[in-house]
Design a protein around this ligand. Structure first.
Ligand code: 5AD
Ligand code: SF4
Length: 448
């Protein structure tokens, strides 16, 4: 999954208080900062619901908050370094009396390193990924049931919602800390997922994203991910899913992406390396050729669709030959975008104990080469869209400069000027293209 740090959005909703219980947090403020993947964004939504239930108001700045919650990522070492930087700033604010409590949640919270951080920075509450409900108690809510239903997202009624369909991961990729901090795979029942989708759609959600570490590994009583996806695509007006694993990705799912009108033609399928030797060392469970075949099917099914991936450069033992194979795969698959990472050793993973480290300057060069190859492809693919007319779903409404961000049915990001609200559709002509986005203008007959 992609890694982002998102600044909190000021909520316009009123805090919703539990019936007949005076809100313990009335008059208090809280700030939630999210690092990492979409699973964390979703967990932050749940935590937001708890603090609002407790009567807290959400504020965007640390210095205005009584309680700060850092929802963290542990996937790479620099993610921990960033959180340390934030904890340092929070310690200073607390010394100045401008802040009262700090909670550390998410994947760092679930790792052993959280104990060291707790002591070093005097953190008040440490939460892993399986006990976020303890936050409810911490903010003074009488019982967890009143505020927290694991199956209910905090984004109900919003134009776009995440629905977690599975948690954890049964793979053991050499470099990855996720199975340690998120545990083994647990699939949520189809009934409960569809029930939630129906509630969300009835409440106004126009875009449902199915979430999980290996979302396409979902299964239940002989049914597989594609069955679930098809059922969801019949209930929701717009559907996407992330993150997938190539070993679980069925041709049937790839075809459904092209065939079903409500599924966004956008696939995120992490490949990690183009070298069979490295894929084996990483325990990915597939060869580059099989990955290429999946991509061929996706391109056949959705020729205009967007394809993104994750690639790690500089994994222990990676040779120049391996790197060249990755560059070749990037050319062949013509990704529309990719998250490229330099290998970062994580304690507790197999790769941290392997010898043959790749020198930092070599990893840096490989990183830049892969990135350039991806961007070159992406730019030429994006340019093909110029001059066309697209139906664009508005994801983020206009900023102060009047610029909004939307998404086409092929999963392209489009920057445009419009007053349309998030969740609305506009018709736009694509005027120009960059490597990361398209730039368009709303047609006179388009709304907004
Ligand atoms: N070092 C570098 N990148 C990593 N990823 C996961 N673990 C590591 C690591 N130790 C990348 C993978 C994964 C994405 C979420 O982060 O590419 O798909
Ligand atoms: Fe990590 Fe591999 Fe599981 Fe993805 S599939 S979460 S990279 S162990």
């Amino acid at each position: 999954m992609s890694e982002t740090a998102s600044t909190p959005v000021q909520l316009t909703r009123k805090p919703h208080k539990p019936k007949s219980v005076p809100a313990p947090g009335a008059g208090k403020t809280a700030c939630i900062r999210t690092f990492g993947c979409q699973m964390n964004v979703h967990d932050s939504d749940r935590m937001r619901r708890m603090i609002l239930d407790a009567g807290y108001a959400e504020v965007p700045r640390y210095e205005d908050a009584d309680l700060v919650i850092l929802n963290t990522c542990y996937v790479r070492e620099n993610a921990v370094d960033r959180v340390r930087g934030h904890l340092g700033e929070l310690t200073r604010l607390r010394r100045e009396g401008r802040l009262k409590k700090v909670a550390l949640a998410g994947c760092i919270g679930a790792a052993e390193e959280s104990e060291t951080l707790r002591r070093q920075f005097g953190i008040d509450l440490v939460l892993g990924t399986h006990n976020t409900y303890e936050l409810a108690e911490f903010v003074g809510l009488p019982t967890m049931e009143e505020t927290y239903t694991p199956e209910l997202p905090g984004t109900e009624g919003d134009h776009s919602s995440f629905v977690t369909i599975m948690t954890g991961c049964n793979y053991q990729c050499s470099y990855c800390i996720v199975p340690t901090v998120r545990g083994r795979m647990v699939c949520r029942s189809k009934e409960s997922i569809l029930g939630e989708v129906d509630r969300l759609v009835a409440g106004g959600t126009g875009y449902v994203t199915l979430l999980g570490q290996t979302v396409d590994a979902w299964r239940q009583d002989g049914e597989r991910f594609c069955d679930l996806l098809e059922a969801v695509s019949e209930r929701a007006p717009r559907v996407w899913f992330t993150t997938s694993h190539p070993s679980n990705m069925e041709d049937r799912t790839l075809r459904a992406i092209g065939e079903r009108d409500t599924i966004v033609e956008r696939l995120h399928l992490p490949v990690q390396s183009g070298s069979d030797r490295m894929l084996k060392v990483m325990h990915r469970g597939y060869k580059a050729e099989r990955y290429r075949r999946k991509i061929e099917i996706f391109r056949e099914s959705a020729p205009e669709g967007t394809l993104s991936t994750d690639i790690i450069v500089g994994h222990p033992g990676e040779t120049e030959g391996d790197h060249e194979e990755t560059l070749r795969l990037v050319e062949d698959c013509a990704f529309d975008s990719a998250y490229v990472f330099k290998f970062s050793p994580r304690d507790g993973t197999e790769a941290a104990t392997l010898g043959e480290p790749v020198a930092p300057e070599v990893a840096q060069r490989r990183f830049v080469e892969v990135l350039r190859a991806v961007e070159g492809n992406a730019l030429s693919r994006n340019r093909r869209k110029v001059g066309g007319v697209e139906e664009v779903y508005v994801r983020h409404g206009a900023n102060e400069d009047g610029r909004a961000v939307g998404e086409t049915w092929t999963g392209h990001a489009v920057h445009l000027r419009t007053d349309a609200s998030p969740g609305e559709y506009v018709r736009a002509r694509i005027d120009s293209a960059g490597p990361h986005a398209l730039y368009g203008s709303v047609l006179p007959d388009g709304t907004g």
